[in-house]
Ligand binder design. Structure first.
Ligand code: GDP
Ligand code: MN
Length: 380
């Protein structure tokens, strides 16, 4: 997930990287209060998880409440590049002497990390890489080495940075690298990294991407995860499954992401469109299955449900009991079929058949799709 600028700056400052003074406003009144706190001069920045705001007028220096009003009239309640504007950052305006670039990214293919620095920042890094590749410092960081300030100092010195700036920038580089490693980031980018008139270096922007699968060990980052506005998707988080609503009419419940996508593909091939993606993961319980079935069928567009389960770590018997429970609670008739293979499959099938739920007893998901097709053709 991509953090918003203000969240990214909060993280950077926790790792000792200087950021401008300021805070987030969710309303015009808030923003005016913060403007006063900042002694009447501030920069307003729309908060969206994408860049390019500067060019589009999403960043404005203001020195009176009327200008704050005008900015909110333009942006409040709207979207930027498809993202709703969730908040406004109000900060002390910087007196910029120079804009630079610094980042650490993961290079999963090469199995290492990449530290990048450019004396000329502010613009897109892609632009720098194409137009002035010689100006871009690239330093590969091996995963089994702990890099220290002197590693960065050596690289920055070879690049041509001297004196007090060299000390400041190498200290900052080490902090950014430590922030990256310790928070399981995919990207930590400061663009622009600003040199102020007084020589201080400060992060004027922050683009941070976090590895979602590591959120369980970063409690404070987890709270930045945006709640989906889709009610069924919100409910799925509570159940403990991954659910994404789609615009088709065949509901799908699968015990793994691959199995779910395979079922979706086969439904497409048979001329249907999936109404959702749902993956239970390895934590199936009777209750999880009951709630998953009710969740999927809550979507009014769903005309039939395909359940595709593999019993490796997942207990198929519990799954069958949960589906039988759920079926009893359905408020409308929805044809469904279950393909379940794996541990205790015979007992699982028995429970399903007892509950009047049709079962496919082989590894062919195609058969489940064809079964549903047959049922829907009878209905129509
Ligand atoms: P982005 O365009 O979405 O990446 O947003 P940035 O935060 O990187 O801001 C874009 C540009 O706005 C920067 O390169 C700066 O030139 C300018 N800018 C950002 N913050 C300030 C500020 O506090 N004061 C001034 N004068 N300019 C700023
Ligand atoms: Mn930027």
């Amino acid at each position: 997930m991509n953090l918003l600028e203000h969240q990214g700056k909060w993280l950077l400052s926790r790792w000792g990287i200087p950021v401008p003074q300021g805070r987030v406003a969710d309303s015009r009144e808030d923003a005016i209060t913060i403007l006063e706190e900042l002694r009447g001069k501030a920069v307003l920045k729309i908060q969206v998880p994408v860049g390019g705001r500067g060019k589009a007028g999403g960043i404005k220096v203001v020195d009176n409440p009327e200008s704050v009003d005008a900015f909110f009239k333009i942006w409040d309640g709207t979207t930027f590049k498809g993202y709703p504007i969730s908040a406004f950052l109000v900060e002390e305006p910087l007196v910029i002497d120079k804009e630079m670039y610094m980042s650490v990214t993961l290079n999963a293919q090469a199995g290492n990390m990449l530290f990048m620095f450019c004396e000329e920042g502010g613009v897109d890094i892609e632009e720098i890489a194409v137009q002035k590749p010689e100006k871009l410092l690239k330093l590969s960081l091996a995963p089994n080495i702990t890099y220290r300030e002197y590693h960065f100092r050596r690289a920055l010195s070879e690049y041509g940075i001297k004196g007090a700036a060299l000390i400041k920038l190498s200290q900052l580089a080490e902090k950014l690298y430590r922030c990256f490693i310790n928070n399981d980031l995919f990207l930590a980018e400061i663009n622009p990294l600003v040199v102020l008139a007084n020589g201080e270096v400060i992060a004027a922007d922050a683009k941070i991407e976090v590895d979602d699968s590591s959120l369980f060990r970063h409690e404070e980052l987890k709270s930045f995860k945006v709640e989906s506005t889709e009610p069924l998707e919100r409910e799925s988080a509570d159940i403990g499954v991954t659910y994404i609503k789609l615009d088709g009419d065949i509901g799908i419940i699968a015990s793994g992401a691959g199995l779910s996508m395979n079922t979706m593909d086969l439904a497409y091939e048979a001329g249907y469109r999936p109404a959702n993606f749902l993956e239970t993961g390895g934590g199936i319980t009777r209750e999880l299955m009951r709630r998953s079935l009710l969740l999927v069928t809550k979507n009014e567009a769903v005309r039939a449900v395909i359940v595709n389960l593999y019993g490796g770590v997942n207990p198929l018997v519990e799954a069958a009991k949960g589906l039988a429970d759920g079926k009893k609670e359905l408020t409308r008739q929805v044809p469904m079929v279950v393909k379940a293979m794996g541990n205790q499959q015979e007992e699982c099938w028995r429970i399903l058949e007892e509950a009047d739920i049709p079962v496919i007893k082989n590894h062919r998901t195609e058969d489940a799709v064809q079964y549903v097709k047959g049922m829907l053709e009878v209905v129509n």
